[in-house]
Design a protein around this ligand. Structure first.
Ligand code: NCD
Length: 353
């Protein structure tokens, strides 16, 4: 593995190795104090973030490395009109690894075409968030003993929730996982996610009610309605506050069901759930830091590419997803991939018309 763009690209053995390393770090952090000594990470955060940005920063610091970057794109050259390609060419000259979060879907993939060092996708619009999946899998494995055979409820904004998309992608690597996809119809998973589950024979059902399915679940993964992704504010108003997990609803859940949430929470989980032993979301955030340490220890130590491949220059976007990176960075090549036999944009996964 050279970059981490989409969890689906990570072979199962490499995930097992990362998990093993994350566990070693948790059990004996002193052994890893110098794992990134002298290495420098660049954090490019074009979108608000506290957890992920802090998690990557503290992960690098605990490995003896350092971090530079920005958390507000207005303080960078993007504000002057610089292309993503130029930004990446430049920062990958300074850093050993680039961590990026943006509102544009497919941006990490785009950056990886031009980078001299590994690129980590820390969230690209409503598309993917693979390092959150590393946090999620670490949590499930540590607290539940494994992932195979679990019934997982994903609840909330499954259309725009990138953490959900990455977690679904990961489950192709495990056996007999069942998904209960709980959302209003207008916030159901994108079609490319359904194709993915069908193609990989992942069992799933789509429902609108949480209470009816809660007794069947081993993991309940709550998500925030992603306000910033709504084009129509009325659509957000219609859906906000739609699922709220309370202590009373938890009474019908299995005694060892894990309640997870990538955070930040708005109102999806009432505060009184925090003291229930099943509430795993704060631990999940801490596990995320250890998982990111395992990833950085690997990627920041890879040899630098002095020469990047020559990439075809595009002329106009072939993808019609308004949030796709190809809509704004017109030089990107028109890359196509198959999802379930259908032609899709290789940057953002949207079906090509
Ligand atoms: C998530 C994200 O940014 O997608 N947060 C995170 O990384 N922990 C979830 C969210 O913002 O709702």
């Amino acid at each position: 593995m050279r970059h981490l763009i989409d969890f689906g690209d990570l072979p199962r053995e490499e995930w097992d190795e990362l998990y093993r390393r994350a566990s070693q770090i948790m059990d004996n952090p002193a052994r890893f104090l110098d794992a990134c000594r002298g290495k420098v990470a660049c954090n490019l955060f074009y979108e608000p973030s506290t957890r992920t940005n802090f998690s990557f920063q503290t992960a690098m610091m605990r490995l003896g490395g350092t971090v530079f970057g920005f958390a507000d794109p207005n303080s960078s050259s993007v504000a002057k009109g610089e292309t993503l390609k130029d930004t990446i060419k430049m920062v990958s000259g300074y850093a050993d690894v680039v961590v990026m979060r943006t509102p544009w879907e497919g941006s990490a993939k785009a950056a990886s075409l031009y980078s001299h060092v590994p690129v980590i996708n820390a969230g690209d619009g409503g598309h993917m968030h693979p390092t959150q999946t590393m946090a999620d899998l670490t949590t499930i494995t540590r607290l539940h003993g494994g992932v195979d055979g679990l019934s997982i409820g994903l609840c909330g904004d499954l259309k725009n929730g990138r953490t959900v998309h990455s977690l679904i992608k990961a489950m192709e690597k495990f056996k007999d996982v069942k998904f209960f996809l709980i959302s209003p119809r207008e916030l159901a998973v994108p079609e490319y996610m359904r194709s993915f589950m069908r193609e990989h024979n992942i069992w799933f059902t789509e429902v609108t009610g949480l209470e009816a399915v809660i007794p069947q679940l081993d993991v309940l993964y709550m998500t925030r309605i992603q306000r910033e992704r709504f084009v129509d504010p009325l659509e957000y108003e219609r859906n906000k506050g739609i699922y709220i997990l309370t202590r009373r609803k938890l009474e019908r859940a299995k005694p060892d069901m894990l309640v997870m949430h990538p955070l930040p929470r708005v109102d999806e989980i009432t505060v009184d759930v925090d003291d229930d032993p099943r509430a795993a979301y704060f631990q999940q955030a801490r596990y995320g830091m250890f998982a990111r340490m395992a990833l950085l220890a690997d990627l920041a130590n890879q040899p630098r590419l002095e020469q990047t491949d020559v990439v075809e220059i595009g002329t106009k976007p072939v993808c019609s997803n308004p949030r796709c990176i190809t809509q704004t960075e017109h030089y990107l090549p028109p890359l196509v991939k198959k999802n379930g036999g259908v032609d899709c944009c290789a940057f953002c996964d949207a079906q090509l018309k």
